[in-house]
Design a protein around this ligand. Structure first.
Ligand SMILES: [Zn+2]
Length: 608
């Protein structure tokens, strides 16, 4: 039998894969030979072993101007020294060199690094505003040391270091929580963020949108080619209701004392002036504080960081008599023709409330002008604690006004639950109502609340939320104003009641406790107060005012701590503010040629 061996036939498929492998390998070897041998020298010259890098361009922070366009906060280019704390803090050689260049001890540099070491490998600003010589010397160190950088960046500056600190706030490196807040708002972290005041409240409006340069860089991060550029968009410009001139007068009036001044536009609730004394130097925060500097400011007994206009509360004393009058009107028991006899004091239960003098027969006008305690004790007892509480609530006492800066407190109106919680035994007597009617005892108010009440009286019942921001101007020039959103409520009283209050407050200026501070050619209205607060210390000096009497354009409240009578210290500041603002905003007063009125501080104790 013949065995025939079967010969296998090769198909094209058997050749395909080896052929492909050979082709690919040949291609790769050719490419490698081409790059390594043929084009080696050219590629070295062109440095085309590159990566893509983004050079971030920080957006200039939006400007902040006053109601007349005067610059309060701007930006200018400055040299900024930033570090990656993780690389720098253990590099002794670098620290010694930086100490020599910056003329600061290594200890101080380490102290500052401590405050930013929560983000050790992100570049964080350490010093701003360094000189061009120092910037050049640090730039030389960049070649040999990791983690340092000098840039020229748009940096925030303030036109006054102290006058605006309590409402403008300041900017500084963000902490972890602030970075998270930006991320939550869909924003990238910025080198600085607002830490308080307007800078904090309107962070998202002010910060702008960063730009950047897309660059090809070589292995040493040396830029080779600019691929694309995105220009940064500056933040919005914020126009505040603040009047720079009023702010200067208020700051000067409070100089060397503790206290606060708040002035509002009664037609809109715009804050015309907000001063708190003592103030702090914004510039010190911008440059960056050491821990010791921060502790020194924090522990300063005069509390310069405390914004007394919104974060301090006081007994209102006699300025509360205006609230009492409104309470009587709301309850329907008010009569300007009613007379009360003042024999120098009034007895309520076992408590005696003294008056400054034996005033005799007093009606509402004479009682307010002379600040007669007997008249108002009688009125408080007629209204009762519930009626007084209702009016306090209506006027916004015991709650925040909602002003657009942080740190506001509510003050206290002693409600029933408050009495149950804080009084032992939890009993409220008529003597307590009488004391409350005089603005003493368990009631406390903030200067911003009392300025708001001055504004309500001036506008005959319109209550607005006080606000510092007037208008936002977007980078494209579009103006955003939402003034309608600030109207709160109408305090319903017949018009003639408001007119009675205006007339009574005018008489305080004409014949009463403020008569030494009349302003020729301007009718204005006021009420002073003198708040006892601590045995052995002088009382706090209050003044609430508005003007002109017809069609008021400014309403204000002033407190000066531990100095004496309201008529001696707060009233003359009110006079200067009213005089300045009305003369600049009422054309006929310019024409009258009446000059400035000088402060006349008397030591006469006759008035409250
Ligand atoms: Zn009296």
């Amino acid at each position: 039998m013949i065995h025939v061996e079967k010969v296998r036939q090769y198909t094209y498929r058997d050749y395909l894969i080896p052929c492909l492998v050979v082709m690919v390998m040949t291609g790769l070897f050719y490419r490698l030979w081409n790059l390594q041998v043929v084009r080696s020298e050219d590629l070295k010259k062109e440095g085309k072993w590159f990566t893509r890098a983004i050079n971030v361009k920080h957006a200039p922070r939006g400007k902040i101007v006053d109601r007349n366009g005067m610059l309060l906060a701007g930006v200018k280019k400055e040299f900024v020294f930033s570090i990656q704390a993780g690389y720098v803090k253990y590099n002794t050689e670098l620290l010694n060199k930086l100490s020599s260049i910056l003329e600061i001890s290594v200890h101080e540099i380490l102290d500052k690094i401590k405050s930013i070491c929560y983000r050790p490998y992100l570049f964080t600003r350490l010093y701003t505003g360094i000189s061009v010589e120092k910037a050049a010397m640090i730039a030389e160190l960049e070649i040999f040391h990791k983690g340092i950088r000098v840039d020229s960046e748009p940096i925030r500056f303030y036109s006054s270091h102290k006058d605006y600190s309590h409402f403008l706030g300041y900017v500084h490196n963000p902490n972890e929580g602030e970075i998270q807040r930006l991320l939550d708002n869909g924003e990238k972290p910025r080198p600085v963020v607002g830490k308080s005041g307007i800078e904090y409240r309107y962070e998202l409006k002010l910060m702008g949108i960063p730009g950047g340069e897309n660059l090809d860089v070589d292995v040493r991060s040396k830029p080779l080619k600019l691929v694309s550029v995105k220009n940064p968009v500056p933040g919005s410009m914020l126009v505040l209701g603040i009047d720079q001139k009023l702010q200067e007068i208020a700051t000067e009036g409070l100089k060397g004392r503790k206290g606060a001044v708040v002035a509002l536009d009664p037609k809109s609730g715009e804050v015309l002036c907000l001063a708190s004394s003592p103030a702090y130097n914004i510039e010190r925060f911008k440059k960056g504080l050491t821990l010791k500097e921060w502790k020194d400011i924090r522990d300063d007994k005069s509390s310069p960081m405390l914004n007394r206009a919104v974060s301090s509360c006081y007994a209102p004393a006699s300025i509360f008599k205006l609230v009492l009058a409104i309470a009587a009107m709301q309850k329907g028991i008010f009569s300007e023709h009613h007379y009360t006899y003042c024999g120098g004091y009034s007895q309520v239960g076992n408590r005696k409330f003294r008056c400054l003098s034996q005033h005799g027969e007093m009606n509402f006008f004479t009682a307010l002008a002379k600040s007669c305690n007997t008249y108002f004790v009688d009125l408080a007892l007629k209204i009762g604690i519930d009626g007084i509480r209702r009016t306090c609530e209506d006027l916004g006492l015991g709650e925040k006004t909602g002003i657009d800066i942080a740190g506001e407190i509510t003050g206290i109106v002693p409600s029933e639950s408050w009495i149950r919680k804080w009084r032992n035994p939890p009993v409220w007597r008529s003597g307590d109502t009488a004391n409350l009617g005089l603005g003493q005892g368990e009631i406390s108010v903030t200067p911003i609340q009392m300025a708001q009440i001055a504004s309500v009286i001036a506008s005959k019942g319109s209550r607005y939320t006080p606000h510092i921001l007037k208008t936002e101007i977007l980078p494209n020039g579009i103006m955003c104003s939402n003034s309608n959103d600030y109207f709160c409520k109408k305090i319903n009283l017949p018009t003639h009641y408001w007119e009675i209050l205006h007339k009574a407050m005018e008489q305080v200026v004409l014949f009463g406790t403020v008569s030494r501070y009349r302003i020729p050619g301007i009718d204005w209205c006021a009420k002073t107060g003198t708040a006892q607060h601590k045995k052995g210390e002088k009382p706090h000096s209050w003044c609430m005012a508005f003007g002109p009497k017809e069609n008021p354009s400014i309403a204000l409240c002033i407190i000066v701590e531990s100095v004496g009578y309201g008529s001696q210290f707060a009233a003359p500041i009110a006079q200067l503010l009213i005089n300045s603002y009305i003369r600049r905003h009422t054309p006929q007063n310019h024409a009258s040629g009446v000059g400035e009125v000088d402060i006349n501080i008397s030591t006469d104790n006759q008035n409250l």
